[in-house]
Write a protein that binds this ligand. Structure first.
Ligand SMILES: [Fe+2]
Ligand SMILES: [Fe+2]
Length: 181
């Protein structure tokens, strides 16, 4: 019974993520994130989906009242720097310190962001970037990002199954959109 309930809760979170994140997830620029490796063998796209899912999960676990839409959108865009940071290039220097700002500038160009979403993106590298997060949503993404990065680097327990399920649902949503266009 508990197992069933857990499954249902996970499916609800996936649907929530798709509902709030669909515009971003289906955009051409976001799809480009699939070309860039983030950690280990995980693409930047999959990492971002994992961080959004984990942020939602933490909010539910800890019963923190959040603006779910901003949480999902900010988390999805937190690494929207749109290059492969493993490639040697002068513009990729000090990636760890600079990419949050770059992600924010790119995201501002492609999406209408609110103050929370901007804060989530630009503060997600705390404490490497020293400015303090302003919203609880930003703190959740900071924690989710560190957790996902660690599991991806160590190639241990991760939310890879959830990411797969979300991508399958996204595929369905995309076909639905294309077939009604
Ligand atoms: Fe990052
Ligand atoms: Fe990240």
């Amino acid at each position: 019974m508990k197992q069933k309930q857990k499954k249902r809760e996970k499916a609800e979170l996936e649907s929530l993520l798709l509902y709030h994140g669909e515009e971003i997830l289906l955009s051409g620029q976001m799809q480009r994130e699939k070309l860039f490796i983030q950690h280990g063998t995980v693409s930047c796209f999959d990492h971002s989906v994992a961080v959004a899912y984990t942020s939602l999960r933490l909010a539910v676990w800890w019963r923190i009242k959040v603006d779910r839409r901003s949480l999902v959108r900010g988390a999805l865009l937190h690494d929207y720097f749109l290059y492969d940071w493993h490639e040697a290039d002068d513009s990729h220097r000090l990636h760890g310190f600079r990419h949050a700002k770059k992600a924010l500038l790119n995201a501002r160009e492609d999406f209408r962001l609110n103050a929370k979403e901007e804060d989530i993106i630009v503060k997600h590298m705390f404490p490497l970037n020293l400015s303090l997060p302003r919203y609880r949503e930003s703190v959740l993404v900071i924690l989710a990002d560190k957790w996902c990065a660690l599991t991806e680097i160590l190639a241990v327990f991760s939310v890879v199954h959830r990411v797969k399920a979300i991508k399958a649902k996204l595929q369905k949503a995309a076909s639905r959109i294309l077939s009604t266009a």
